[in-house]
Ligand binder design. Structure first.
Ligand code: ATP
Ligand code: MG
Ligand code: MG
Length: 554
């Protein structure tokens, strides 16, 4: 594993172990099961698991499932699959909801210490009373309820006596704190809803800000790594750990979120794209979800390398998605077999090649990795080339096929364009060429040179295939920023109507047996993945992962 990138959290852990403040390391990845994971979560996963591994520690996967309305076991399964696919094995697998009883008891403890009270104010009133950055908050008229009254009311909240929103439990901290998070935050609310894990056992649920530090402390998490939007909550986090008298004292550390260009990165927005039919599910290859990236053909190695390269710092930034593309090319370069595929077929008849004859040609599987050996590809009188590799009236410096010009067919022969066949409307439907048997690839022919090399497939044996090409799903590089500046527009206005293009072409006959998720480099086109959902025995579907060319430099 590579650990050379700047990471201030590593330094904190080193110091903690060095000074004896800690004698072990436990981290956790705490997703809420309210959607599928995206590449931003991958960053959190890599940071948490890599750091624990580096210091012989442990990492838990904990589902932060304290909001019954949004959570679902479908998401629990998908999240587990994604974490494992990224290459990580958790030590403990936990659900925050398994701690509801303990959390309840800790809340009762706060009440008994005079540190929490039941409030009857409405949500809006609580917000009003909370004040602003420049204005201190006001005490609720219910703030001075006695401990006995609070214990009684909280117990009755739990037993279902009140409606949603009728009462809440608030921590009693400081209504004039400069940190608004400390102005008596709500720690329990009433929600008569069925929970995916605890069913109807509870009708009060802990708020995230109360639950999260307790979850960490219960699991003896030492370093609780989260994103910077929680920085202002850290004093509350520490207050809860201390006042709830937890025996373990986790430390919250914040780092900057990862965003990538031309993508939205919040589960709420991604869910909207799914629910409103902009994409074919959470795993649509255009989505920045882990399952979408997987289906597109990105590899766990590439995602991990990308995330590590972005480093760990306090600042959040938008990273160019071309950097991820760079890493997937790097990863596939030596692994992916080379093959030839024709995306927009144009038939070529080689008029001097014997009718009915088929010869098998040797082709290397990966010139950058000779150990992968060779494959055999058939060649005969009729082949397909790309439509764009022929022009009747070419501009200067066009070195591909045009009347009178000779080109090389990769792994085969030189062919020369002799005739162009058109239909009634003048469209080119077929090219007639001659070949020169002396120019066979591998024969050492040096008699003359040609400038263009084309890929092709044998027309009689080629296998039909569907190619899916992608453009960014979101047109704007920074949709969040755009939403802030143009208030009447949302990210949905930025959805690219041309993000998916489907082409029907052909691949080499030896591709008949490909497996779901296998990756190939199609000569001159790019890297493609065998689509795991829509590929059937009779319909091969290849998703473009990345093209070959890039101006991106690391
Ligand atoms: P979203 O806003 O996208 O729904 P979230 O933060 O609500 O994300 P959680 O399920 O709570 O999603 O996230 C689990 C962990 O992943 C948290 O620790 C969170 O900070 C981290 N995380 C989420 N998004 C990013 C991101 N873009 N970059 C880095 N870490 C992230
Ligand atoms: Mg969250
Ligand atoms: Mg969220």
């Amino acid at each position: 594993m590579e650990h050379n990138h700047s990471n201030f959290i590593r330094n904190i852990i080193k110091e903690d172990l060095g000074s004896g403040k800690r004698d072990h390391v436990i981290t956790r990845f705490p997703p809420e099961p309210n959607g599928y994971l995206h590449i931003g979560h991958a960053k959190s996963i890599v940071i948490n698991f890599d750091l624990a591994a580096e210091f012989n520690g442990k990492t838990n996967l904990r589902f932060d499932d304290t909001n019954p309305l949004k959570e679902d076991t479908e998401y629990v399964h998908a999240i587990k699959e994604d974490v494992q696919w990224l290459g990580y094995d958790w030590d403990g697998l936990y659900f925050a909801s398994d701690y509801f009883q303990e959390m309840y008891e800790r809340a009762v403890l706060l009440i008994k210490k005079g540190k929490a009270y039941v409030d009857d104010l409405t949500q809006e009133e609580i917000r009003e009373y909370r004040g602003t950055l420049t204005e201190p908050g006001k005490d609720s008229p219910y703030r001075d309820r006695t401990i006995e009254e609070n214990l009684d009311l909280f117990e009755r909240m739990r037993s279902g006596e009140f409606q949603n929103g009728e009462k809440v439990l608030r921590a009693k901290i400081d209504m004039s704190s400069p940190n608004i998070n400390l102005r008596d935050p709500v720690i329990y609310r009433i929600s008569h809803a069925t929970h995916h894990n605890t069913g109807d056992k509870w009708c009060i649920y802990p708020m995230y800000a109360f639950a999260h530090p307790l979850e960490d402390a219960i699991e003896d998490v030492t370093h609780s790594i989260c994103t910077t939007e929680f920085e202002d909550q850290r004093p509350l986090y520490n207050w809860i750990v201390e006042e709830c008298e937890m025996s373990s004292t986790p430390q919250q550390i914040e780092f900057g979120r990862l965003n990538i260009t031309n993508a939205v990165m919040s589960k709420r927005k991604l869910k909207q794209l799914v629910d409103e039919g902009f994409v074919d599910g959470w795993d649509d290859p255009r989505m920045p979800t882990i399952s979408g990236l997987r289906r597109r053909g990105y590899t766990p190695e590439a995602i991990r390398a990308f995330v590590r390269e972005t480093g760990v710092s306090k600042g959040s930034g938008t990273v160019d998605s071309q950097m991820l593309d760079y890493f997937v090319r790097e990863d596939l370069k030596l692994k992916a077999p080379r093959t030839m595929g024709i995306l927009r077929p144009l038939k070529v008849v080689i008029t001097n090649y014997p009718e009915g004859q088929v010869e098998m040609l040797d082709a290397e599987i990966n010139p950058e990795n000779p150990e992968m050996g060779t494959r055999q590809i058939p060649f005969s009188r009729e082949i397909y080339i790309e439509q764009e590799d022929f022009m009747e009236d070419p501009p200067k410096k066009y070195f591909r096929l045009f009347p009178g010009n000779e080109v090389r067919l990769k792994h085969a022969y030189f062919i020369k364009c002799e005739d162009v066949i058109k239909d009634e409307d003048g469209n080119v439907v077929e090219i007639h060429c001659t070949y020169d048997p002396e120019t066979k690839s591998g024969s050492g022919f040096t008699g003359r040179k040609v400038k263009g090399t084309l890929h092709w497939v044998d027309a009689t044996q080629a296998v039909p295939a569907e190619f899916r090409l992608y453009e960014p799903l979101i047109l704007s590089e920074d949709p969040e920023e755009l939403e802030e500046t143009e208030v009447e527009k949302t990210f949905l206005d930025q959805v690219n109507p041309n993000s998916l293009q489907i082409l029907n072409g052909f691949v080499e006959p030896n591709m008949k047996e490909v497996h779901s998720q296998e990756k190939f480099q199609f000569f001159r086109h790019g890297y493609f993945n065998v689509d795991p959902k829509d590929t059937t025995e009779n319909n091969l579907v290849f998703n473009l992962i990345v093209s070959l060319k890039s101006s991106f430099k690391l």
